[in-house]
Design a protein around this ligand. Structure first.
Ligand SMILES: Nc1ncnc2c1ncn2[C@@H]1O[C@H](COP(=O)(O)OP(=O)(O)OP(=O)(O)O)[C@@H](O)[C@H]1O
Ligand SMILES: [Mg+2]
Length: 337
């Protein structure tokens, strides 16, 4: 189990450190895919990167909470242990395949470096392993490809190489942060199919960070929705698609024509996510929420509403869900999104 427990982080802003992730808890179970969704600036990447302590050199600092891999805190690990975890037990696939590879080294040298870091293989066996990994991700003419430099590859090919590198040490977990956003639509579909196959074949636990509820429906078992640095809803994917409990999740889902329920008009979420340092005292979504009232000006606990494993940070869920049973539409909307 890979668990984030009550994690709060600050980011450096001008003269001071400002909280950008607050009290986030989530767990990625072996063999299951957890989708982490939310609008831009909600803290998804900060949370995902914290798992490998990647933001620390940029001044991103933990102020409370913990992250545990199989019960062991990653914050008490030595640099040596952490190097074994990074790319070894937990691999990361980034959004930008164009920048994640170093342009001055060949694909062979970058792959072999990663393989030698984690596996005790001879040069010959490491090369055979690299060839196998590249074939596993659907690349062809791989002997030739190994001699190439990243510039010679398309975006889709680079992302496949990065996925091959991520798989090189047989990780238990993959963190994929918007793995297809930078790719053409047709290439996106093939990369998603590849990720899904690898995840299933190898029984990987996966954290999939995405804006895309269609992708969540396709790939995820569980969902966590973040808004303004905190978790506002979590639960099994079917529960959240059947009955999104938080108005923010409802609004996000309404923005996708293929996900919005039949007969329900599409939604525009007016306004913006409040930036770190500008969070209100009470519900952080209240300023954009059609149901907000005086009660929402008070701080809302994470499990204000709960139905089994389905949890939402909203004090008005019951009233709203009852309203929907009586045929009221949830949010005023138009087709602009
Ligand atoms: N290194 C940093 N220094 C200062 N502020 C940062 C840093 N990284 C992130 N932030 C701020 O923290 C907030 C959350 O950022 P984060 O990148 O986690 O958002 P996100 O949910 O991944 O958004 P997107 O969907 O656009 O990738 C944003 O307001 C962002 O500006
Ligand atoms: Mg991000």
């Amino acid at each position: 189990m890979l668990e984030i427990k009550d994690l709060s982080l600050t980011v450096p802003m001008q003269q001071e450190a400002v909280q950008a992730v607050s009290h986030v808890s989530l767990s990625i179970k072996p063999g299951r895919v957890l989708g982490l969704v939310g609008e831009s600036g909600c803290g998804k990447t900060l949370t995902a990167q914290a798992i490998l302590r990647l933001g620390e050199h940029q001044g991103i600092t933990k102020i409370s909470g913990d992250i545990e891999l199989h019960g062991e805190s990653i914050f008490t690990m030595s640099e040596k242990q952490l190097r074994k975890v990074r790319g070894g037990k937990i691999a990361m696939i980034f959004q930008e395949p164009m920048t994640a590879l170093n342009p001055v080294f060949s694909i062979a040298s970058q792959m072999l470096e990663v393989i030698h870091l984690h596996l005790d293989l001879s040069r010959h066996d490491a090369k055979l392993h690299a060839i196998q990994l590249l074939q596993d991700v659907g690349l062809q003419d791989v002997e030739h490809l190994l001699q190439q430099y990243p510039d010679a590859l398309s975006g889709g090919m680079r992302q496949r190489v990065l996925i091959a590198m991520a798989m090189s040490a047989n990780p238990d977990y993959i963190i994929a942060d918007e793995p297809t956003t930078a790719l053409d639509v047709s290439v996106q579909k093939r990369i998603i199919a590849l990720l899904r196959k690898l995840q299933k074949d190898k029984g990987l636990g996966m954290l999939l960070v995405t804006h895309d509820f269609g992708l969540v429906a396709e790939m995820c078992d569980d969902v966590v929705v973040m808004y303004a640095g905190e978790v506002v809803e979590r639960g099994p994917v079917m529960d959240i698609f059947d009955a999104p409990a938080h108005p923010y999740t409802q609004a996000l889902m309404g923005c996708r024509p293929e996900v919005a329920k039949q007969g329900q008009s599409l939604t525009v979420i007016e306004g913006q996510v409040p930036a770190p340092g500008e969070w209100p005292e009470g519900c952080r979504f209240a300023a954009r929420c059609p149901y907000a009232d005086a009660e929402c000006q008070q701080p809302v606990v994470a499990d204000a509403w709960q139905d089994g494993e389905h949890i939402a940070r909203c004090v008005h869920v019951d009233v709203r869900l009852q309203g929907q049973e009586h045929g009221q539409t949830s949010i005023e909307a138009d087709a602009a999104c």
